[in-house]
Design a protein around this ligand. Structure first.
Ligand code: ZN
Length: 463
């Protein structure tokens, strides 16, 4: 082969490979302008829950999906309350990925905001509105990803499913209804992406990207003590109140056992480099370090670490007599118990009963139990999120997070789907105060760049 021909061939190959690999043909400014415009529109849809009225959000999405020829369906499971599902078909060689977002938002107190919470106005470089961070911003990335995949004619190995659900902020009715009635539409999925990621943006750069891979389970209990009532002037030694207080004291003194889960061990290793010594070395080798009782104790005294290591108990509601001079015949307290993934409520109850050591005290479960849950971290999707994030933000630490609270992931993990809480939304501590607070907003820059970052991960996992 002569030299000129070789050079010419290489150039052709280079240009083909270049187009295919870096997606340079995508007109990003056009899509990013669209993302900002649609973010504003979506924030103007008032889905405050209660009452929710998520049908308006479903219609907002439907109109856009229809315009782009994306197959979709709304399920109005009761008047005004609706879910929407949309699908881009793959060739079936891989199982689907679900992009899940709740379309409801918590209520807003307009008087405490600098702008109308449903204005979607752009001010000081941010788009303002209830839900900008929780979680309409992420829902917008999901929408843009569907539009981009469709417009760019991407060949997909798996179905990409957009799922917008109602009522996450109150009772999870939307997802519970979908799982009870329409699970055949998505239950074979391999992956799901939703909220729950926890990122830190500080001093102008992304410091930590935390992917939610596990969530603790609320197991709420009420203790009821009973005893002889009487007049406060003549004390009863084992009155209901006294018995209950003794029980509570034993609970307070109980240090529930430390259990180090793989995702939590990974988290400590990942954030070790950010710590001063001696914590840096201790975190790097957390399993060994925890064998030292003094270290275990000092870590357990830190609120942000303690819940990662054990089942926790907070004593919250208390009730006894309504009058100072009346000894009541019943006294109660509620415990907000949070169990680690892998724990059984029955085992916990058994251990708690032994600690209380008073068979006259009744223990009742008072919530709908949501099983503790986690997803594996040695997956193609997790590695991809880590690699892509590292490319864009070389200084960031990417790690696994276990939430003390829970998201809709807990419902979908029960179906065997690997669910991660992740979004390329990078907020400062001040911006985070807007979540369920006042002046919720997302920066225009984050909408523009997050749209691209999110799309690139979904595109790659669905090639
Ligand atoms: Zn949320």
């Amino acid at each position: 082969m002569n030299r000129i021909l070789t050079v010419a061939l290489s150039l052709v190959l280079l240009s083909v490979v270049g187009r295919a690999q870096n997606g340079s043909k995508i007109d990003w400014p056009r899509y990013q302008d669209m993302a900002v415009e649609l973010m504003q529109q979506y924030l103007r849809v008032n889905t405050s829950n209660p009452p929710g009225n998520e049908i308006e959000a479903a219609r907002f999405f439907k109109k856009i999906f229809d315009q782009h020829g994306i197959e979709n369906e709304i399920f109005e499971y009761k008047p005004g309350r609706a879910n929407i599902i949309a699908r881009l078909k793959g060739n079936g060689s891989k199982r689907p990925i679900i992009l899940l977002s709740h379309t409801d938002v918590v209520t807003a107190e307009p008087a405490s905001w600098q702008v109308d919470p449903f204005s979607g106005v752009i001010k000081n470089g941010s788009i303002w509105g209830r839900g900008a961070l929780d979680m309409k911003g992420e829902g917008l990335f999901h929408l843009m990803t569907m539009i981009l995949l469709k417009q760019e004619g991407a060949t997909l190995s798996r179905d990409v499913i957009f799922l917008g659900t109602a009522d996450e902020e109150v009772d999870d009715e939307g997802s519970l209804w979908m799982i009870a009635n329409k699970a055949h539409l998505f239950k074979d999925a391999e992956y799901l992406l939703t909220e729950g990621g926890d990122n830190l943006f500080e001093g102008g750069s992304v410091k930590i990207v935390g992917v939610d891979v596990a969530e603790k389970a609320p197991f709420w209990l009420r203790l009821t003590a009973t005893g002889l009532p009487g007049h406060g002037s003549r004390p009863v030694a084992d009155s209901a109140s006294n018995r209950l207080i003794r029980a509570m004291n034993r609970i307070l003194d109980w240090e529930t056992p430390i259990k180090l889960l793989p995702a939590v061990e990974q988290f400590f290793k990942d954030v070790a480099p950010l710590q001063p010594e001696p914590w840096r070395s201790q975190f790097a080798n957390i399993r060994e370090s925890l064998k030292d009782p003094a270290f275990a104790k000092s870590l357990g005294n830190q609120r942000e670490y303690n819940f990662l290591l054990r089942n926790t108990i907070s004593i919250t509601m208390l009730s006894g007599s309504k009058q100072t001079n009346v000894i009541p015949n019943t006294a109660t307290c509620n415990l907000d118990v949070r169990l680690l993934p892998g724990e059984s409520p029955e085992d916990f109850l058994k251990a708690l009963t032994a600690v209380i050591a008073d068979p006259t005290i009744k223990i009742d479960n008072v919530n709908r139990f949501k099983p503790p849950n986690s997803s594996p971290i040695n997956t193609e999707l997790f590695s991809l999120i880590a690699r892509k994030t590292k490319e864009k933000h070389p200084g960031a630490v990417i790690t696994t997070k276990m939430l003390s609270g829970y998201t809709e992931s807990q419902l979908y993990r029960q179906l065997g789907i690997t669910a991660y809480g992740w979004a390329p939304i990078y907020t400062t501590a001040e911006e985070d105060e807007g979540v369920h607070g006042n002046n919720e907003r997302i920066s225009v820059r984050n909408v523009r760049e997050g749209t691209r970052e999110f799309y690139e991960v979904v595109k790659e996992i669905s090639r």
